[in-house]
Design a protein. Structure first.
Length: 173
C-alpha cells in the first residue's frame, strides 16, 4: 500500500502540479499522465488491501482492530472518493458536462484537496505501520518515518502551493 500511496499516487500529484504551469496540449498530456499514475496507484493500493484482508481471513484474525488498520481503511476510502472526483473533474471523460457550471470549480477544488488529505492520511497509516510490533526495526523504523513524513509533506506543499502563472506563449485549451 505504501508504494501505491506515496510512490504512484504521489507521482501523480507531482505530475498534476507540473501540469498546473501549462496550457494547451502539453497540459492535457500531463493530466492524462496524472490520471494514469493515480489509477495505477489505486490498483496497487486495492491489491495490497485485498492481500491484507485475505491474510486476516485465512488466519481468522479480526479486521480493522487497530488504528493502523482503521487509518489505512480511511485512506483507501478517500483514495476511491478522490478518484471519482478526478474522473468527473477531468474534461476528457465527458462527465464534467453533466455538472452545473457554477459547481465545476468546487468539484475540481474538492478533488485536489481530497487527494492531498488522502496522501496525509495514508502517511499517518504508513507511519503507524512502521512501529507495529511485526514491522518495528528500531532506529531504522524511525529513520524511515522521517523520510516518509518529509516526502508526504513535500507532496502536500506542492499540491496546495499557489498555482504559478501559466506559460506566456501557451495557447488555451
Amino acid at each position: 500500500m505504501s508504494i501505491g500511496f506515496l510512490g504512484l499516487i504521489g507521482q501523480g500529484i507531482l505530475t498534476s502540479h507540473a501540469a498546473s504551469r501549462l496550457q494547451g496540449p502539453e497540459r492535457s498530456r500531463l493530466l492524462v499522465q496524472h490520471a494514469l499514475w493515480q489509477a495505477s496507484g489505486l490498483v496497487a493500493v486495492a491489491g495490497a488491501f485485498w492481500a491484507v484482508y485475505q491474510s486476516k481471513e485465512i488466519r481468522g484474525t479480526p479486521h480493522f482492530s487497530n488504528w493502523h488498520a482503521r487509518t489505512g481503511l480511511a485512506a483507501m476510502s478517500l483514495s476511491v472518493l478522490s478518484a471519482l472526483g478526478g474522473a468527473v473533474a477531468f474534461g476528457k471523460t465527458g462527465l464534467l458536462q453533466f455538472v452545473p457550471k457554477d459547481v465545476q470549480p468546487v468539484i475540481k477544488t474538492a478533488h485536489r484537496n481530497a487527494g492531498v488529505v488522502t496522501i496525509l492520511v495514508s502517511t499517518i497509516a504508513i507511519e503507524m505501520g512502521l512501529i507495529m510490533p511485526t514491522a518495528y526495526q528500531g532506529a531504522l523504523s524511525h529513520w524511515m518515518q522521517g523520510l516518509i513524513a518529509g516526502m508526504a509533506l513535500l507532496i502536500a506543499y506542492l499540491a496546495w502551493a499557489p498555482e504559478p502563472a501559466k506559460s506566456a506563449g501557451a495557447k488555451a485549451r
